[in-house]
Design a protein around this ligand. Structure first.
Ligand code: ZN
Length: 201
């Protein structure tokens, strides 16, 4: 093991930072040094923000979103369309769709996708809650906004089967050419999906 260059408190800070996604030991060391140098401007406000987050952040009982209120801001927003439920695997996906202002519907966060290899089965996902929300008379469309991976699509098929008698339209995101994408650079799977799902011009 490499010898420590700083006291145990700083080593602990580096060790914790290195557990963040996208940060390895080197970048964690750089981030720790940056925080220490910007102690007043960054480190103290960050520590305060983390403490507030620990005290206030909750998982929305309705949709599974993360917020400082429960039900979350999106579930409470009366301007949202109650007819549309957008199903996502993770809160990160919900945030991505919100950043894109892609929908005015409400969400349902599954928590993961089905993954037999990782031991993730239907009981590990909030599927029962989704089925009961789908039976709400106001809901007319369920949009499956799941990853275009084997696990994502397996989950989509599983949910579609369960929603057969819910009296809702089940749709999924289109697969195809990304905005700004060049055909020559696309993989064969994406190209053939784009060709199959072509739309009227
Ligand atoms: Zn919510």
């Amino acid at each position: 093991m490499a010898s420590s260059v700083a006291g145990p408190e700083i080593e602990r800070l580096i060790q914790l930072l290195s557990k963040l996604p996208g940060l390895g030991p080197r970048s964690a060391r750089r981030a720790a040094l940056h925080l220490i140098k910007k102690r007043e401007a960054l480190m103290t406000p960050l520590a305060d923000a983390l403490q507030v987050a620990i005290a206030k952040i909750e998982v929305c009982h309705t949709c599974g979103n993360i917020d400082t209120q429960n039900p979350c801001t999106i579930c409470c927003d009366t301007r949202r369309d109650p007819a549309i439920l957008v199903v996502v695997a993770d809160v990160a996906d919900l945030w991505a769709l919100e950043r894109a202002q892609a929908t005015r519907g409400r969400y349902h966060v599954l928590g993961a996708t089905l993954s037999p290899l990782d031991g993730i089965g239907p009981d590990d996902l909030s599927i029962d809650a989704l089925v009961s929300r789908a039976h709400d008379d106001r809901v007319t469309e369920i949009i499956l906004a799941l990853n275009a991976t084997v696990d994502g699509q397996t989950t989509a098929h599983y949910i579609t089967d369960l929603l057969q008698d819910a009296g809702v339209k089940v749709t999924r995101l289109a697969h195809g050419v990304p905005v700004g994408g060049e055909l020559d650079y696309l993989d064969e799977g994406t190209l053939s999906a784009a060709m199959r799902q072509r739309t009227l011009f």
